[in-house]
Write a protein that binds this ligand. Sequence first.
Ligand code: DO4
Ligand code: MG
Length: 277
Amino acid sequence: MKLYKVVQGAVVEEEGSFYQLDQIVWDNLINRDDLYAYLQNSIQDISPEKDSSKLLENIESPIGSQEIWASGVTYYKSREARMEESEDGGDFYDKVYDADRPELFYKGNAFRTAHPGGELYIRKDSKWDVPEPELTLFMTSNAKIVAYTIGNDMSSRSIEGENPLYLPQAKVYDKCAGLGPCLFITENPIPENTQITLDIFRNNEKAFSESIGIDQMKRKHTDLVEFLFRECSFPTGCFLMTGTGIVPPNEFTLQAGDKVSITIEHIGTLTHTIAQK
Ligand code: DO4
Ligand code: MG
């Protein structure tokens, strides 16, 4: 089942039918441990919409007052790429890849996030920028994973590579995060063989394309969530990007006008145009 946030409320997509939920408060709607059962129940009393095309015209990111956090170096490819970009060799990336405690960092909120189909920014003081396609978890305030979405953890590799203490500036700025296009809600965890694909287009031609399975990730989703909730509470729930396993070659940097599409099986495709502020 998919749940879309739209200007006039929310839309549930279930087995090819679309149902409109009116007068919802997004935070209250999604912060439920029984989200799947609740939505199944809610659509029982509603007739499916005959013309679904208009319903999904203005999709918003599926976020309200929640924070977005992100995980780092959870795939071998990320460990390798960070060590290559680090001006001092980046041994700490090797250490964190093998450590019990994962790297978790604050990524932003609704204000820093670009809606699906909108613009994501690269920083003007950065020389080397990449998208990071990441399966993103949504946990309720009780730390229960109830939904999945697509995240784009936009990153400045030049700022991060100059000094690891610059990580917050490499990662958090205006329009630094993509989230959406919907929440994918299942009774069971998302299948382990789910594929993530990143496509980058420049001047209408494909400039980069690669896929990876989420089974290549070193850590379990539940372990990342356990660390995140240890000493942080999230009154309306929280989003957690789970790290990238795809990094374009070192000679590649994003340019204004590029189009970035991330597809994750079962969820859909999240597309943005790259711009500068
Ligand atoms: O350690 C820096 C950030 C890592 C990251 O964002 C990732 O692995 O996805
Ligand atoms: Mg990342």
